[in-house]
Design a protein around this ligand. Structure first.
Ligand SMILES: [Zn+2]
Ligand SMILES: [Zn+2]
Length: 108
């Protein structure tokens, strides 16, 4: 059972006690938990990617970084943007795989 008010679905942050609508949680993740997104650089191919792991089961979601993002300054600037894509995947995963955790505790 998910806690819903109208069309607004409330979800728990998997990293802290924050709970709000999916949209606000998505923004919260990118702002408060940007450090959960890690980078991996393939020395052979020169490709770079961002990885976000599910804190509940360890499943990893990857997001390839476009070659033009290899500029370190560019990368810094777009990390938040890339993290939003990664966290969106994580939210879908939480809804599908861990609905019992995504559901906030009953008020009071
Ligand atoms: Zn949080
Ligand atoms: Zn999981």
């Amino acid at each position: 059972m998910k806690f819903e008010i109208g069309n607004l679905k409330f979800m728990n942050c998997p990293y802290c006690t924050f709970a709000d609508t999916r949209m606000k949680l998505h923004r919260h993740l990118a702002e408060a938990h940007l450090d959960r997104v890690t980078t991996e650089h393939d020395g052979a191919t020169g490709k770079m990617r961002y990885i976000v792991a599910c804190p509940l089961c360890g499943l990893k979601y990857q997001h390839a970084v476009k070659p033009r993002y290899r500029d370190p300054r560019f990368l810094e600037e777009f990390k938040a943007e890339i993290a939003l894509v990664a966290f969106d995947q994580l939210l879908y995963h939480l809804e599908d795989t861990h609905p019992e955790v995504a559901e906030p505790p009953t008020a009071n």
